[in-house]
Design a protein around this ligand. Structure first.
Ligand SMILES: N[C@@H](CCC(=O)N[C@@H](CS)C(=O)NCC(=O)O)C(=O)O
Length: 256
């Protein structure tokens, strides 16, 4: 299996962690989605028309969403994960769905724009440029529907990041995270019993993101969830999955 992923990408982290925790061997192909923007290349569009990471490829089979990579990992992990327990599965599925309704992008960039003023000019400029390039590309592309969807998405991002009150919008995202965290079961070893579950995977990546953007304070110190995350960070798969706990701009510049 080949996992096309970007080191700093939240959903790539879910893909990496899920596969590693399920002991599924894969080859990692690191993508540069920030500087050369490899997600827009023709060769990558042929693999994933949505132009997002992660993408998992296995002998002609392609998974273009971290949700699907997570599901596949849970299936292949079988009884090693709590997802295989029918008593847990409905709650696991509900929480995974709730996790995916949090806008990680608005949370991450929203926080960055509040704390790093030059980004208030740079991010809209970068989005304008992406839209312009996509508008040129759409003219003779066979992937025009997906490119149009990407243009629309970037217009939406542009509006979000240039209009309204930044602090109020960040507060909305913080509240969404809090609402999710409050729904989690109190961890006993893992979140659903002794075994790992899909909810542990997405929550570990979410906690990592909160650390990275300086919002880990949303989790009470020494609470069961804080203890659970501290233990989770000791896991070998967590370390190998390269979950960013701090922002590493040099790696972005060096495309690693
Ligand atoms: N629903 C998708 C979302 C993937 C996604 O938005 N990935 C971001 C990186 S975290 C991306 O590829 N961004 C590049 C872009 O939109 O141009 C998933 O879970 O895989």
């Amino acid at each position: 299996m080949i996992l096309y992923n970007a080191s700093s990408s939240y959903y790539s982290m879910i893909g990496r962690l899920a596969l590693l925790e399920a002991s599924i061997p894969f080859e990692s192909k690191r993508m540069d989605i920030h500087i050369t923007k490899e997600q827009f290349t023709t060769w990558y569009q042929a693999i994933n028309s949505k132009m997002t990471v992660p993408t998992l490829v296995d002998c002609g089979h392609v998974w273009t969403d971290s949700k699907d990579i997570l599901k596949l990992s849970a299936n292949l992990a079988g009884t090693q994960w709590s997802d295989s327990d029918p008593n847990f599965l409905p709650d696991i599925e509900k929480l995974v769905k709730e996790h995916y309704s949090i806008s990680i992008e608005y949370l991450t960039f929203g926080k960055a724009l509040v704390t790093i003023p030059p980004l208030r000019i740079l991010v809209p400029r970068m989005l304008h440029k992406i839209i312009q390039n996509l508008e040129t590309e759409i003219v003779d592309s066979s992937n025009s529907e997906a490119i149009q969807a990407k243009i629309d998405l970037n217009q939406k991002r542009l509006a979000y990041f240039s209009e309204g009150n930044r602090i109020d919008k960040l507060d909305i995202e913080r509240n969404n995270v809090l609402a999710y965290l409050e729904k989690l079961p109190v961890p006993h070893n893992q979140l659903f019993g002794k075994k790992l579950s899909s909810v542990d995977i997405v929550t570990a990546v979410l906690c990592g993101r909160l650390k990275m953007i300086g919002e880990y304070g949303l989790i009470q110190k020494k609470s069961p969830l804080d203890r659970w995350f501290n233990n989770f960070q000791m896991r070998s798969a967590f370390k190998r999955a390269d979950i960013w706990l701090s922002f590493q701009p040099l790696r972005i510049l060096l495309k690693r």
